[in-house]
Design a protein around this ligand. Structure first.
Ligand SMILES: N[C@@H](CCC(=O)N[C@@H](CS)C(=O)NCC(=O)O)C(=O)O
Length: 228
């Protein structure tokens, strides 16, 4: 059976959504990143980058959420756009846009707004600006068409959903008002039974909720250099 190395965070959540939508049986292997599980050798042999998610499917090992989405879509033939060069180029472009833009800029915006040991206005301004810029591009696209790739619900919408769940935390409590088309897609996916099952995983596995010293040591190892 497929093993999903999971924490209830944006990148793992999008993979869980795909598995649920496709009806693929899978076993959750919790990786509690606030306890440091991502650094255990049992996990880093699967994902040397020490971040969730990763997936093992027989002798296939795949890490990085958007790579996993693509692997699963190609394995099942589901949630892909039409198999034409034009549609595939759009799919790859927007999937990589989420991987290299939405995810990293949103993640850094969260870090500097909520978790940095001291307020750094330059960093907050840069990442908030870039996060907004990326999300506005998604919103503008969704104002023109129902889904990221047109008329069809695909893996790219799932990749967007993973991060969209955190939009108020990333951009601010009122952010949805400025991103109405993104909100429309988010609500639509969130109402699906598959998304509800993903949300239920959080309670089922009792992940650590506190962002205490242990969690900061595990997730922000660079802070050790400041102390030394
Ligand atoms: N590019 C990776 C990023 C994965 C990632 O940053 N995962 C976060 C959870 S959303 C994590 O494991 N953080 C733990 C840490 O940074 O130590 C992907 O898309 O899978």
């Amino acid at each position: 059976m497929i093993k999903l190395y999971y924490h209830p965070a944006p990148n793992p959540a999008k993979v869980a959504l795909f598995l649920e939508e496709a009806g693929l049986p899978y076993e959750v292997v919790p990786v509690d990143i606030r306890k440091g599980d991502q650094h255990l050798p049992a996990f880093t042999t699967i994902n040397p980058n020490a971040k969730a998610p990763a997936l093992v499917d027989g002798d296939v090992v795949v890490f990085d959420s958007n790579a996993i989405l693509l692997y699963l879509a190609e394995k099942t033939g589901q949630f892909l756009p039409p198999n034409t060069p034009v549609a595939r180029a759009q799919m790859l472009s927007w999937l990589m846009f989420v991987a290299s833009g939405i995810g990293p800029y949103s993640g850094q915006a969260v870090h500097f707004k909520h978790y940095a040991p001291e307020p750094l206005p330059y960093a907050i301004n840069r990442y908030d600006f870039e996060a907004w810029r990326h999300w506005r591009l998604v919103d503008a696209r969704l104002a023109q068409q129902p889904y990221m790739l047109g008329e069809r619900y695909t893996l790219v919408d799932m990749a967007v959903w993973g991060w969209a769940r955190a939009v108020p935390f990333i951009l601010g409590a009122d952010a949805w008002q400025e991103l109405p088309s993104l909100k429309r897609l988010f609500d639509q996916i969130q109402a699906r039974p598959a998304a509800q099952r993903v949300d239920a995983l959080k309670a089922k596995y009792a992940f650590k909720a506190e962002m205490d010293d242990e969690a900061r040591r595990a997730m922000f190892p660079h802070n050790a250099r400041l102390a030394g």
